[in-house]
Design a binder for this molecule. Structure first.
Ligand code: PLP
Length: 284
């Protein structure tokens, strides 16, 4: 496939980054994943805004405008054959001559982007959607989960825990037994028709799918939405559990730690929410 590296397009096999890059040595960087279907990007502007905010949190200065990013994304989609593609964007602090923790003064950020084929977006149909089975465990990541850092070891280890238990995600909870998020997604419960998800703070990533979904649901008004702490007791007694991410959209969870969620089937509220999301997602 064709990738982008520091201003140039090239085959992936020709893209070379120094082993002294701080992205490699420290995971010192910020990334994004933006989905596109038939060449149309979903949530492009909010994704770029989140990346700019992440870069400013960690004091990486990069002079890429939103138009530059759009051009990179559209060029990668086109050069890699269109269809349904996810675009991965990665900015590390850059390459230094030595390994020293302090931010170096005069190095240029490394900017890398590639695209990859993604599955078609889920249809709002109970019969065809991928059903998720999840584990749960205490969230052992750091206290800055709002930063979309390329240092993902905590997330990788948690995902692996769920994977080794035969599940396809893992729901995390803090020391107060409150749900935070999944290892690569945001998490929600539905109780008596209301969608409930933890508020934005340092414990979770401010997901773009979350942002768009909550906005779409509030504008529509047919499903009530609450942002508040959710205890694991509530999670275990929920009617439905959902996960969201750019690649999943809204994913229904039918089993938690080997126990059926609600009646063990994909829920009605999920179907309505996915219908609204599918109809509204290109407006962002
Ligand atoms: N939380 C974590 C830890 C993630 O890695 C992701 C993204 O993959 C999300 C939440 C969902 O974010 P988004 O909807 O922007 O893809």
């Amino acid at each position: 496939s064709i990738v982008y590296l520091n201003g140039e397009y090239m085959p992936m096999s020709e893209a070379k980054i120094s082993p002294m890059d701080r992205g490699f040595l420290f995971g010192d960087g910020i990334y994004e994943v933006i989905p596109s279907y038939d060449g149309k990007l979903v949530g492009f502007a909010p994704h770029i805004e989140r990346m700019d905010q992440g870069l400013s949190f960690i004091d990486i200065e990069l002079d890429y405008s939103i138009d530059t990013w759009r051009d990179i994304c559209e060029t990668l989609i086109e050069k890699n054959g269109g269809g349904n593609q996810g675009i991965y964007l990665h900015v590390s602090r850059g390459t230094d001559s030595k390994r020293f923790h302090a931010y170096p003064d005069n190095i240029a950020p490394t900017v890398y982007a590639f695209s990859f084929e993604i599955a078609p977006a889920p249809k709002p149909e109970k019969g065809t959607v991928k059903q998720y089975k999840v584990s749960s465990t205490q969230d052992l990541r750091w206290k800055r989960c709002n930063i979309k850092s390329t240092a993902l070891l905590g997330n990788v280890m948690h995902f692996q825990q769920g994977y080794e238990a035969g599940n396809n995600e893992i729901i995390l909870y803090n020391a107060n037994d409150e749900m935070t998020e999944g290892s690569a997604c945001n998490a929600y419960i539905v109780k008596d028709g209301t969608v409930i998800t933890p508020p934005l703070d340092h414990q979770i990533l401010p997901g773009i799918t979350r942002l768009m979904l909550l906005d779409i649901l509030r504008k529509d008004g047919s499903i009530k939405v609450e942002e508040r702490a959710v205890t694991m007791d509530e999670v275990r007694n929920a009617d439905e559990i959902w996960l969201t991410s750019s690649s999943k959209e809204i994913a229904p969870v039918v089993e938690l730690d080997g126990t059926p969620v609600g009646d063990g089937k994909v829920g009605d509220v999920w179907e309505q929410a996915q219908r609204l999301y599918s109809a509204g997602k290109y407006d962002y």
